[in-house]
Design a protein around this ligand. Sequence first.
Ligand code: OXD
Ligand code: MN
Length: 586
Amino acid sequence: MSSQLETLNEWVQATARRTRPDRIHWCDGSDTEAQALTELMLASGELIAINPTTHPDCYLHRSDPDDVARVEHLTFISTQQRDAVGPNNHWMSPHDAHLKMDALFDGCMQGRTLYVVPYCMGPIDSPLSRCGVEITDSPYVVANMRLMTRMGQAALQRIEREARFVKGLHSTGELNPERRFILHFPEENLIQSYGSGYGGNALLGKKCHALRIASWQGHQQGWLAEHMLIVGIENPQGETHYIAAAFPSACGKTNLSMLIPPASYRRAGWKIWTVGDDICWMQPGADGRLWAINPEAGFFGVAPGTSRKTNPNALAMLTHDTIFTNVALTNDVQPWWEGLHDGQPAIDWQGRTFDPANGPAAHPNSRFTVRADQCPSWSSHAEDPQGVPISAIVFGGRRANLIPLVFEARDWTHGVLAGASMASETTAAATGKVGVLRRDPMAMKPFCGYNFGDYFAHWLSFDRPGAKLPKIFHVNWFRKNQQGDFLWPGFGDNLRVLEWILGRCHGHTGATETPIGFLPRIQDLNLHGLNLDPAQLESLLHVDPVAWGEELQGIGEYLADYGEHLPQQLELARQGMADALDAERP
Ligand code: OXD
Ligand code: MN
């Protein structure tokens, strides 16, 4: 046995001594294994079969009603120095964290099976990929990990060849919110999660490894782990350019990554290629450009709002081999959620006869888990070991006011400031109030495993001699008029904005310079076939110097929280913008 496999085996044995499972199962990722797990879960009621005629091999999982989202207040980073994690994270000392977690895991798998899940984040042969092993007592987690990662034998072989892997220990415990903690130990390459079966808390390859631990590793090793989709845009000349875009959870990353171009674009030959919908690992290549991979192999997407109109590619991929979580069912046992528009709900997400008095039929954070290659727009380059070259980075939040449809940052530093200044209204992807505006730098507030001040400095460090960095943009699809209606149609029409962005990258579209950056003039956007009132467009692109001055003051106060860790350059860029705005005030 290689030394890596010995290390793994010893960890599995030590975990088994603590958690005391009835059985240990090493997952190989095979179809036979998956079938056996499905049968087990159908028998236990953890899965419910969905109509096999309309949705072959699709299943519904209903979670505990108190376990339906990420729990940011119970998520901690544990490092020797408190300062390392910054005010953006909850911190616990490794001593306290191990004491707490060891007590929770003590005997927790009695009567259960301990599954050992080797996985690879990223294409199995990519030097950018990283492996991990999740130990879990949840067959639902195993089934999801099989869809979301390259799981099983191939990953185990890579672990055997490599010097290290991330350890993740998960138990659903009693699903008691009082006994629920998600702990990360980046100095030990270790994750421990207890008391939740929800995706972001329990599928440890995703947020815990591919963002929190990976961001820490990227800081040390010179790369970036980001909460970004990756999309390829093929123009009528047949050239494909890639954009990486960061939006907070449940703000449309999945929709944007697989959008259907407007009719006039389709006729002209534009195509969209999906590389990823949630996470992007990027690193400079030998040519100075940033190259990116999607570490995931599947989509764990928000169901409500997904329809033939908003995301036909998603609907097409959800017709077979999909796990649905907390959606409603129709009378003929098809999945249903608010915004689907087809069919009627009969049974709600908690298994009750649907009654609107009980709230929505599907939970607002109900999800689908599906292999990425089921998506009709899945890119043939998604498996490229070197990744894809990124032409533009886009930041965006859910902002009803102030932020224009799109602006281009003046340079890399200004772009990093635009990312660091992001704010968005909260959504149902995490527990807590929905619709509250909060600062969410680079959409990484819940996911950056270290001090945001150091993270901003890390971003700035990529601007060095020889670098051919992407241009940085900020978008806002969510600006509203005074009546509360969205000003921009969004969805497929977002391609109009992406076309302008790529035009800016290649120097062939116009813009006007403002104190906040470069904005398209109306004539710079391709609005063919879009019936928008010119006044509406004016409002979408309006920059109010007074309101922006206040915003910049708020950003300054927020960034000051990072104290000595905040790079001086960022504050200088902010002051430069504030001065330019002052000069514009009436
Ligand atoms: C997700 C999230 O599940 O961001 O992707 O919550
Ligand atoms: Mn996400």
